[in-house]
Design a protein around this ligand. Structure first.
Ligand SMILES: [Zn+2]
Length: 255
C-alpha cells in the first residue's frame, strides 16, 4: 500500500499571512512538545516567533496557560514595548524582557526558546559550557555561551540586553542557576536545539556521575558540529516531532 506521506522540504510562502500562520502552527506545536517532554515548571518558560511583517513584534505563549493546552488561537502578539497587541491574556514580563532583547540584537533570529527544564537548570548551576561527549553534543561545540550572572527573576530590560550580549552569535546560552536559552532561524530549529540541549545536559550529568568521560577530540568535534549543528539539521530534526504531535493533538492547530 502506498504511503500518503511525502518527505519533508523547507517551506516557502506566497504571502506574509501564510508565513505567519506557519510560524504560529509551529509555535503551538513546540509548546505541546515542551509540555509532553515535561519542560514546563509552573508558569515559567516561553518560546517566541518573530512576526514576518512587523519585525519588532513577536508571538508568544499566554502567561499562565499550560503548554499542553496552547492552540494557535491562544498565541499573543507583543510589540517592542511589551504591549499585547493581539490576544487577551497577559504576557510574562520575563518573556518580553529576554526575548525582545534577543530578537533586537539578532536580526537573523526568528525564534527563541527558554524553559526551566530539569537537566538544563541542573547543568546551569555548574556554570560550565557543555563538553563534546557525544555526537549530539557536538551541535553545541563552539556554539554556545554561559551567562554566569544570576540576579533573580529577569524583569529588567538591561538584564535582557546582557543576556543577548552573552548569547552573541551562538545558537544557545546556558543561563547560570536558571536554565537554557536557544535560538534559530525557524521555530522548528530553536525548539529542536532546546530539546537536544536539554538531553545533552542530561547525558553529561549522567556521564560525569558514572565516571570520567572521554571527550571527542577537537578536530572530530568540529567536523561533527558542521554536520549535526547546521541550522538545516536543526530544522529537519524537528519534523518528525511536528508530524507526531499534530497527529496526536490536532486541536493545537485551531485558529
Ligand atoms: Zn526563566
Amino acid at each position: 500500500m502506498a504511503s500518503d506521506r511525502t518527505p519533508h522540504s523547507f517551506p516557502t510562502f506566497e504571502s506574509a499571512e501564510d508565513e505567519r500562520r506557519h510560524r504560529k502552527q509551529r509555535l503551538a506545536a513546540a509548546f505541546r512538545l515542551f509540555g509532553q517532554f515535561g519542560f514546563d515548571e509552573g508558569v515559567a518558560g516561553h518560546i517566541t516567533a518573530r512576526d514576518p511583517e512587523r519585525l519588532d513584534h513577536f508571538w508568544v505563549n499566554p502567561f499562565g496557560m499550560n503548554f499542553k493546552q496552547i492552540r494557535v488561537q491562544d498565541l499573543l502578539l507583543v510589540n517592542h514595548e511589551g504591549e499585547v497587541v493581539e490576544g487577551n491574556w497577559p504576557v510574562n514580563r520575563a518573556a518580553f524582557v529576554i526575548h525582545s532583547q534577543v530578537h533586537a540584537a539578532r536580526p537573523d533570529v526568528i525564534a527563541a526558546a527558554h524553559a526551566h527544564s530539569v537537566y538544563g537548570k541542573t547543568w546551569s548551576s555548574l556554570r560550565r559550557p557543555l563538553d563534546p561527549l557525544t555526537q549530539d553534543a557536538c551541535a553545541f561545540y563552539g556554539d554556545h555561551a554561559v551567562f554566569d550572572d544570576f540576579t533573580g527573576v529577569v524583569l529588567d530590560l538591561e538584564e535582557g540586553k546582557r543576556i543577548a550580549h552573552a548569547l552573541a552569535g551562538n545558537k544557545a546560552a546556558i543561563l547560570a542557576n536558571h536554565g537554557l536559552l536557544t535560538v534559530g532561524q525557524s521555530v522548528d530549529e530553536a525548539a529542536w536545539w532546546f530539546i537536544t540541549m536539554e538531553r545533552t545536559c542530561q547525558a553529561q550529568l549522567l556521564a560525569e556521575a558514572a565516571g570520567t568521560p572521554v571527550l571527542i577530540d577537537p578536530e572530530q568535534a568540529e567536523l561533527t558540529a558542521a554536520q549535526v549543528g547546521h541550522r538545516s539539521s536543526g530544522w529537519y530534526s524537528f519534523q518528525p516531532l511536528y508530524d507526531w504531535i499534530t497527529a496526536q493533538q490536532p486541536d493545537l492547530l485551531e485558529e
